[in-house]
Design a protein around this ligand. Structure first.
Ligand SMILES: Cc1cc2nc3c(=O)[nH]c(=O)nc-3n(C[C@H](O)[C@H](O)[C@H](O)COP(=O)(O)O)c2cc1C
Length: 198
């Protein structure tokens, strides 16, 4: 059985971004894929896992309308790889988490896409249509109407609460899309494999 390798590399401050990284990793896992979940705090020892990946998913919280400092540190560690373009034509996708519905998350996704472009990676858009009927517009899939990547609104409280159900659904659908696109890009045809229709 041919398998693709997908890594999710993330920074988290209080754990909200970690929650989403874990849901993504769980839903990326299949008989056709091997998944690495990597916290940027431990990335220095795990760069080989990123180098062997077909797809790398980048994730961080939005802090002051942009990527977090923790993620930026990781980005700057990749300077040597940029120089030799070792990630050229790997696939890339991204997600960000912030406490406001908007919270200027788009700017974070743009920064992450630019980072991937400087590494000459191929970008996977979110590819999930928002639902425009009844309550689903606000409670369902892609409720923030994002296209560049996955946007999540965290419920910031004293305790770490689970993400909004609509955001969990969107995360699951995004994982399915990342897996679909990776298999397509690697030209792996799987008999009876159901492509996502969202
Ligand atoms: C320094 C700082 C700046 C923040 N800036 C924003 C912001 O610009 N927009 C927003 O909606 N939330 C903002 N937040 C809230 C975080 O995005 C939110 O708490 C998020 O869930 C953090 O994810 P984490 O738990 O993975 O660290 C900020 C939080 C911090 C600590």
């Amino acid at each position: 059985m041919q398998q693709v390798i997908i890594s999710v590399v993330y920074h988290t401050g209080q754990g909200h971004t970690k929650q989403i990284a874990e849901i993504l990793a769980e839903n990326l896992q299949s008989e056709f894929s091997r998944v690495h979940l990597i916290n940027v705090d431990e990335v220095k020892e795990q760069f080989d896992l990123l180098h062997e990946s077909d797809t790398i998913v980048f994730g961080c919280p939005t802090y002051f309308g942009d990527i977090s400092a923790g993620f930026k540190q990781f980005m700057e560690l990749t300077g040597g790889f940029w120089y030799s373009q070792v990630w050229k034509d790997k696939l890339a996708a991204a997600f960000t988490v912030s406490s406001s519905r908007c919270g200027d998350k788009l700017n974070t996704l743009i920064s992450l896409a630019l980072f991937a472009a400087q590494h000459s990676m191929q970008w996977i858009s979110q590819g999930i249509m928002p639902r425009y009927c009844s309550n689903e517009q606000t409670e369902g899939q892609n409720r923030h109407g994002s296209y560049l990547g996955l946007m999540i609104q965290s419920d910031n409280a004293r305790e770490l609460n689970p993400p909004h159900p609509g955001d969990i659904l969107t995360t699951e659908l995004f994982a399915k899309r990342i897996l679909d696109v990776t298999l397509k890009f690697k030209n792996i045809k799987i008999y009876n494999y159901e492509q996502s229709t969202n």
